[in-house]
Design a protein around this ligand. Structure first.
Ligand code: PHE
Length: 452
């Protein structure tokens, strides 16, 4: 079947770069290192690896199959594969709502990142004393106008790429940015590892401490695995619908998963040794990147300023290719015969920016910080919903559909399309994982996390 818009990626390499661009983002560079440290380093890593390869990667393959088989957006894809059960479209809908919420909070954090990139360039960060970064961040993030300006700027870049199209926009930008990003990250790793005292940081990241790995930590590992691979909410169904017909879905998914995992680990290696070498405390949670790292950069003197520019550029670009995939999912859903791609992208951007601005206003002591929903500020609520709760729920429904409601012949046919030589046994193993292991594991961790 061809895609509903007739658009698609031109090659497997382009598809891998675009999907890896979606997967690699703030989740890898900003979120992974600090939750890995928080929940027991190597102990967390072990659980995380299992979730990434046994659940996350399986979901990615399944979403690609659903997407390419139908060539449709998530809301139409499910009913198309199961015509007598149109209710499945609500799973697609829940995924799209999740994308919308993720994009809103993602834009706020990307806006902060862009501001820090700007302040590195202009020298503002270099002029702040070491003990001033906490206050600098809090007062910036809670202020009314400045964060919003950067959020809007970031969204404008994102929307322009979407308007450019799947091949000429998304694929082209990803092919350019992803290799660049890896080079920047490697440079940062080399610098960090050659500092005196780097080994303490590596121990923090890798030495297992099982006492810190709580039930909450296990759910966090699952949420992180899904969030980081961009699976569960239908983004990979959308990218799957753009995959070339001769692309080997199993191989492509393995590559993307390895790439995403490697970049998370490299980010930890780039960050922690430097943090410890400068005598900083890593347990700053989300503030790690905005409050601790600037101190680390300043301690390097002039060269630190270059590293600060490089780091915040890296983070902004990684966030950009992820935001692109989220906006693409929403745009693809809205666009059709009546509404073309460009107006769809603009309408979706305007809707999401409203929520992003409200979330930004609710942060810290912002002007909407007094507004509570379920006892939480909007920003905190979005963070909780999108970080730990919604992705596992959407993922569970998706994998149940795939393993139990989709026709086995359809799946096997999609996987046997072309060039699957030598992959026969894996195909069967994968089907087994998607039917039994992944849903059971998702259900258990989800229940344990919610009830515990
Ligand atoms: N995977 C992205 C990251 O790690 C975030 C993302 C989640 C993007 C869901 C698309 C869909 O930052």
């Amino acid at each position: 079947m061809s895609t509903k818009t007739g658009e698609g990626f031109s090659s497997s390499f382009g598809a891998i770069m675009a999907a890896a661009g979606s997967a690699v983002g703030l989740g890898n560079i900003w979120r992974f290192p600090y939750i890995c440290g928080k929940y027991g380093g190597g102990a967390f890593l072990l659980v995380y690896i299992c979730f990434v390869f046994l659940i996350g990667m399986i979901l990615m393959m399944s979403e690609f199959v659903i997407g390419r088989r139908t060539g449709e957006d998530p809301m139409k894809a499910y009913p198309l594969l199961r015509p007598h059960r149109p209710q499945w479209k609500y799973v697609g809908f829940l995924g799209l709502v999740t994308c919308f919420l993720i994009l809103a909070i993602y834009l706020v954090i990307s806006g902060w990142t862009l501001n820090y990139f700007w302040e590195s360039l202009t020298g503002t960060l270099a002029s702040i004393p070491d003990n001033g970064f906490k206050e600098h961040f809090e007062s910036f993030a809670s202020s009314t106008f400045r964060p919003v300006i950067f959020v809007i700027a970031f969204l404008v870049f994102t929307t322009l790429v979407i308007i450019g199209g799947v091949e000429k926009g998304i694929e082209r930008v990803s092919k350019l940015l992803m290799p660049f990003l890896v080079v920047l990250l490697l440079v940062m790793c080399v610098r960090s590892l050659t500092l005196d005292g780097a080994s303490t940081g590596l121990a923090y990241l890798f030495q297992p401490d099982f006492s810190k790995l709580t039930g909450e930590g296990v759910l966090a590992a699952l949420g992180q695995a899904l969030f980081s691979l961009s699976v569960g909410m239908g983004v990979m169904i959308v990218y799957g619908s753009y995959l070339p017909v001769d692309d080997n879905i199993l191989k492509t998914s393995v590559w993307i998963t390895i790439c995403d995992f490697a970049i998370a680990i490299l980010s930890g290696i780039a960050i922690f040794p430097a943090v410890f070498a400068c005598g900083q405390n890593p347990s700053e949670g989300p503030g790690l990147v905005y409050q601790v790292l600037p101190v680390v950069f300043n301690s390097f003197g002039n060269i630190g300023r270059i590293f600060s520019i490089v780091f915040f550029l890296l983070l902004s670009l990684a966030a950009l290719t992820s935001a692109i995939s989220l906006l693409e999912a929403l745009t693809q859903w809205l666009s059709g015969e009546k509404i073309k791609r460009t107006p769809s992208a603009i309408i979706m951007s305007l809707m999401v920016i409203a929520l992003a601005i409200a979330a930004s206003f609710s942060y810290g002591d912002g002007i909407l910080s007094g507004m509570k929903i379920g006892g939480m500020q909007l920003f905190a609520l979005l963070d909780k919903l999108t970080g730990t709760l919604l992705p596992p729920i959407c993922a569970l429904l998706t994998i149940i559909f795939f393993g139990w409601f989709m026709k086995k012949e359809d799946i096997m046919d999609e996987l046997s399309n072309h060039g699957t030589l030598g992959i026969g046994y894996f195909k069967v193993f994968y089907y087994f994982l998607s039917r039994f292991v992944a849903p059971a594991a998702l259900l258990i961790v989800l229940l344990a996390g919610i009830l515990g």
